[in-house]
Ligand binder design. Structure first.
Ligand SMILES: Cc1cc2nc3c(=O)[nH]c(=O)nc-3n(C[C@H](O)[C@H](O)[C@H](O)COP(=O)(O)O)c2cc1C
Length: 177
């Protein structure tokens, strides 16, 4: 693998822009992946992320059962795969094969890392208290990987097939880490 370990205390820097993610689960027959835009950081150390999944998603049951997933941050060049993974279900489709994505073994969880994504976070569910009401899983990032300085052009979902791509970087004297 050509990714190096990324400091857990900086994981929020990867997620703060709220990019569209690919959430991968191990599955019982084969690994699966879904598109997820409803996510946010909720704590720095350890890094906790809230992920909102519909109970209709095949991935919802997998995450409930396994208590593990990976959150993978795709660059804009993966836009068609991102939309594809969000438009069909792992119940009847092998999405890794269908969309040419490569599962790689993670270090701390059974769910795979997606090689084509420039950053990948290995996560464990630590709080299911809001799952029944909101479909909100609180996951802890237990290992994080990043390729180079990527991802530099992240996708942001504006609904109904509209995506914005983050490209410009501003450096300002902000006091927030
Ligand atoms: C851009 C985009 C963003 C999405 N965001 C979410 C989300 O935040 N939560 C969710 O439950 N589904 C979201 N979806 C829909 C799921 O990805 C979709 O229902 C998918 O088919 C679920 O796959 P699965 O059944 O294999 O788990 C999104 C879809 C797209 C295209």
């Amino acid at each position: 693998m050509d990714k190096s370990a990324f400091e857990l205390g900086r994981v929020h820097q990867l997620l703060e822009p709220g990019p569209v993610l690919l959430l991968a689960t191990a599955g019982t027959q084969r690994p699966n992946v879904m598109t997820l835009s409803w996510q946010t950081m909720v704590a720095f150390d350890p890094p906790l992320v809230a992920c909102v999944l519909s109970a209709r998603d095949f991935s919802f049951a997998a995450l409930q059962r396994d208590g593990e997933c990976t959150l993978n941050i795709p660059g804009a060049e993966l836009a068609s795969q991102v939309v594809g993974c969000g438009n069909c279900s792992g119940r009847d489709t092998d999405k890794f094969t269908a969309f040419g994505l490569t599962p790689r073994p993670a270090e701390r969880v059974a769910a795979p890392l997606i090689d084509e994504c420039d950053a990948s976070l290995e996560c464990r569910v630590v709080d299911s208290g809001m799952v029944a009401r909101y479909g909100m899983f609180i996951v802890e990032v237990v290992r994080a990987w990043r390729r180079g300085n990527g991802p530099e052009r992240m996708l942001h979902h504006a609904g109904w097939g509209v995506f914005r791509v983050s490209e410009e970087t501003l450096r300002l004297p902000s006091a927030m880490r």
